[in-house]
Write a new protein. Structure first.
Length: 234
């Protein structure tokens, strides 16, 4: 259970005490996934518990800045210790937990912007980056000026994954011609995975395999709740 505070403990409006209390309380349950526990409102009423792969900080200073994306929070923890779960407890892992630190560090997260040029991608490919997460527009698009460079990278063994700049929703690259062209080139659509989560997952996947088919399979596979079967409208 990860927690923190939006306001330091020396301030009267600090959220640190309640966040810590609720985190410790939730840690005593049988829930066995990585989560974040922070204020659910601006008041000291309850904390929300969010899946670590489905949460984003959506405000610079509000005490309820952390919010679940494309899904509901895991639970609500009250100051009196009461816990309301919004989902069933996940099955316990049968295997013994171990620390797996095999990662590929040469991964880049690139936000697509209107006047982007192919030189940026050329540079990343020349610098031997093994994977590039594209934070595309809308359903998962880039300007056509990048197509040839993306194809060059894929031909040279670079993995390209597509996420969206939109907070909610999921990529669907079959809707418009630009998306279909990127699919044809070999870009991997990553559904409703958050860009930062896709970046982290790619570090793990490329740290374990260089086989393009296996990379595609793993990036499209839901491992820890990072990909929802259906987009939840909240």
């Amino acid at each position: 259970v990860l927690t923190g505070s939006q306001r330091s403990s020396d301030r009267p409006s600090s959220d640190s005490r309640m966040n810590l209390f609720c985190s410790v309380k939730f840690a005593t349950t049988d829930y066995n996934r990585v989560v974040i526990c922070m204020h659910g409102t601006m008041d000291d009423t309850f904390c929300y518990v969010h899946k670590g792969v489905k949460v984003r900080k959506n405000h610079t200073s509000r005490r309820d800045a952390f919010q679940s994306v494309n899904t509901k929070p895991v639970a609500k923890v009250y100051y009196n210790g009461e816990i309301d779960f919004f989902e069933d407890l996940p099955e316990k892992h049968k295997e013994k937990a171990y620390f797996d630190d095999k990662i590929e560090e040469k991964i880049f997260l690139l936000k697509v912007f209107p006047n982007i040029t192919h030189e940026i991608l050329d540079f990343l490919i020349d610098q031997k980056y093994r994977g590039i997460v594209l934070e595309g527009t809308g359903l998962g698009h880039t300007p056509s000026i990048l197509y040839n460079t993306i194809k060059r990278g894929i031909d040279e063994g670079v993995t390209f994954c597509m996420t969206s700049q939109c907070i909610n929703g999921r990529v669907n690259m079959n809707v418009y011609q630009t998306g279909r062209k990127l699919l044809e080139i070999g870009v991997i659509p990553c559904e409703d995975m958050l860009p930062e989560v896709c970046y982290t997952k790619m570090m793990h996947v490329l740290g374990h395999t260089r086989e393009s088919d296996e990379i595609r399979k793993l990036m499209r596979k839901n491992i820890a709740g990072e990909i929802m079967e259906d987009t939840v409208i909240l």
